[in-house]
Design a protein around this ligand. Sequence first.
Ligand code: ARG
Length: 456
Amino acid sequence: MARKLWQKNYSIDSYLESFTVSNDYILDQDLVLSDLFASKAHAMGLGRIGILSPSELESISRGLKEIADLKKDGKFEISIHDEDCHTAIEGYLTEKYGECGKKIHTGRSRNDQVHTALRLFMREALVKVRDSSLSLSESLISFAKANTDVPMPGRTHMQKAMPSSVALWALSFAEEILDTLSYSAALYDLLDQSPLGSAASYGVPLPLDREYTASLMGFGKVQNNVLYANNSRGRFEAMLLDFFSYLALTISKISQDLMIFTLPELGYFTLPKELTTGSSIMPQKKNPDGLELARSRTALILSLSERVKSIIKCLPSGYNRDFQDTKEPLIEGYKVTMELVNITEHMVSGLEVNEDKLIEGCTSELYATDRVMEKVLSGGNFRDSYLSVGLNLDDVEKDNDPVASLKKRKSTGCAGNLNTGYADALLSALRKDNDSKAEWLKKHYEALLGIDELIT
Ligand code: ARG
């Protein structure tokens, strides 16, 4: 049986062991590479202050690389008796390299160890979700460009309101996603701080060089106050999940719109049959299950962020084991968000546009406000013009040329002046920034551990 890091002269009650460890040792498979990377930085820090000799550091480095290779082949095992990946990693080093394995935990607590691994996981998760979201935004922009002048009824309260276009609809989501990504810039800066060296919550009386280990891991800075570093566990997770939830809310709205627009009765768009599912009893059915589940998994993401906040809301300062339960919502939130963004991109790319149905949908009532504006332009005041059109709605005629009608909407961002360059410019600036961050992370992973990424 694995020896616990806190093992003394008694064994834990097995019922309490399985309750406290729960599924944490399984979840920790997703943190192994992050922990190895942070452990390498920590070991180099110990070498710098003479706690590990150069040859001990070399043995530890070799051991960490071996574990990374085992992990790559799906062969690094963590058992319930290990409790977590941290114990399993130290256990491997001690078993294989003896004495130096027993030194790796000097000046470190599992509290800052797991916190650092999670921080690294979150920093990369943010970069990866942003990358996929940029692709989704790009697909929406391409969809808009391919359908620039295709009219579409604009709706409020779900009722027909005014003439709109397919491009206006698609670009609204592209811009929404890009703004959400811009909003995450401050979040990246928060995640780009190293908690390593905060130990159990109060630091240690050793001259640990926190700046050095932070720079080895490519962190922009050290998270200064060690107690705050500990207390930020759960908070940053919740902030990241909140960011995911804003993306999910956009995806839920896209999905809801598409469920309506692909209704056979409207037929504005069609989902190819490969992007629908069938019924076990009704042979004709082509159901938009992908869209429905994207909508329901949005609820899941919202709940995960709430779950983390509920766990941390009453915690006193310093480490508390409750933090462990914020790990599952974080990892699940990341995985589900990636799926949501990718499936939505997939469905948007497969959408078929039925221009005839869209034009057919642009019936006369959509033009009531246009008729009011025409009266205003010929000198009438708005309120009287509104009333005269409103009292004679049967006389409202639709424009024969719906495209020309769209072109009359010339103010910035309207269907006649979509200003697509705005989204293009924002997309390429965000892409450049995110790519350079991804490059930066990769460079550090390679230098320390010879790997490309922590989340595989
Ligand atoms: N699994 C634990 C967590 O995620 C690891 C840290 C345990 N620390 C402790 N003091 N019991 O928080």
